[in-house]
Ligand binder design. Structure first.
Ligand code: GLP
Length: 249
């Protein structure tokens, strides 16, 4: 009861999860070369990106007709800033595989008009035919993208204020200086995310266990944005044992 429609897969360890997800995406790409992927940043997807690169180097995956949309970006950083999520994605994936340049989409953190930039992104997603597979990470506080817990969520792509906890969680990207982490970000909204045809949220490590349990078993609430995945007809949560540890208690 109360588990919504979310399907849960528990893996013995984080590296197995990453490998299974890379293989899953490679299979989808060979069935649908024009696949549109929604992609996250953070530590959790790094092994998955490494495995995709490995499959690409072995000639087992081809991105030449694929498109990608990243979930979010910091405000105030331009495209070449090494701290940007765009730079992160280059480092971990795009510099090593053959996604065509024109197929790679990012929110522009340096855009002067956030509302306009957000509307442009929504249009670009629509024009690409919508997102086929949206991969998500999970904030320790239950955020997805940069949709932070609060009294209400914003449906569409928007500019948002980051919580102190989220700024601390992102400090590693900024030489471990929380003060260097921007205060604002642009993020896909909850409706943008829920419009993807399939969603796979990945969470590994004990620090995510509490939010994983609430996301799957708790009420649907803006206090835990990831709980909205319960409303999606085709959402999966892939976790390692550490992140699953509160689910059987
Ligand atoms: C950031 C990103 C999220 C990501 C989260 C978790 O805040 N905006 O999309 O899911 O970090 O990061 P990690 O995987 O490092 O725990």
């Amino acid at each position: 009861m109360g588990e919504g429609m979310i399907r849960v897969r528990v893996f013995r360890a984080a590296d197995r999860l990453a490998r299974a997800l890379a293989r899953d995406i490679a299979r989808r790409l060979s069935a649908t070369p024009r696949l549109v992927l929604g992609l996250p940043t953070g530590r959790t997807p790094i092994p998955f990106y490494q495995d995709l690169v490995r499959l690409y180097c072995a000639g087992l995956v081809d991105f030449s007709r694929a498109a990608t949309f990243n979930l979010d970006e910091f405000v105030g950083l331009d495209a070449d800033d090494p701290h940007s999520y765009r730079a992160f994605m280059r480092r971990h994936l795009f510099d090593h595989v053959n996604v065509p340049r024109r197929g790679i989409h990012f929110l522009d953190g340096a855009a002067r008009d956030a509302a306009r930039e957000s509307a442009r992104y929504e249009r670009a997603i629509r024009r690409a035919g919508g997102i086929d597979v949206q991969i998500l990470g999970l904030g320790v506080n239950g955020h997805i993208g940069f949709n932070e817990p609060g009294r209400a969520l914003v449906a569409r792509t928007h500019r948002t204020r980051l919580t102190p906890a989220t700024r601390r969680a992102n400090a590693a990207l900024f030489g471990h200086r929380t003060s260097a982490v921007p205060h604002d970000a642009l993020s896909m909204g909850m409706a943008t995310i829920l419009q993807a045809r399939r969603i796979v949220l990945i969470a590994t490590g004990a620090s995510k266990a509490r939010s994983v349990e609430r996301m799957i078993r708790g009420p649907v609430t803006p206090r835990l944005p990831a709980s909205f995945l319960q409303l999606h007809p085709n959402a999966e949560v892939w976790v390692d044992r550490a992140a699953a540890r509160h689910m059987n208690s």
